[in-house]
Design a protein around this ligand. Sequence first.
Ligand code: GLN
Length: 192
Amino acid sequence: MKIGVLALQGDFSEHIKMLKQLNVETAEVRLPEHLKTLDGLIIPGGESTTIGKLAVAYNLIEPLQQFGQRHAIWGTCAGAIFLSKDISRDQPLLKLMDIKVQRNAFGRQVDSFETDLDIPELKQATNTTADYHAVFIRAPIIESVSGDAKILASVPDGRIVAAQQGHFLATSFHPELTDDTRFHEYFLSLVD
Ligand code: GLN
């Protein structure tokens, strides 16, 4: 199995580190041809407007959309924004996943915070019982899911912070900034 990480901007090297820890072959993706031998792709956190603009500049939008027809893609934070269908503003999006996202939804006062999430699917898939300690940095929320997209996790006030639709995964938070490899393992289980 070989997993690519979109390496235009953001914390792609942390994802690569985590995948290596799980003994997965990795590749940095900057050009369409880098997608050729991959089984799945992670889009990291960073700045979604920058990632989108660079993806347009490198002619990556269509190749990424085609890749998503057959392969698993996981977006973390800015990556989740880029993967979504609708963010109520104009910036380049892949529009692959039936989720509506609001950028910077937690406001300035709580730019960054950490909290424990109860994620039954994650516990079941990894055969563990511990809650998931999630790190949020200027995080978006998933306002709503539609089609066959399902909610995986919400913060205590009910706002959605993780969703899945078939082989697409979106998280508002940053599993690559923790020591907990369970979310990466969960993503690998979605890769055909
Ligand atoms: N606020 C950023 C955006 O809107 C996302 C932040 C992040 O990825 N940590 O793109």
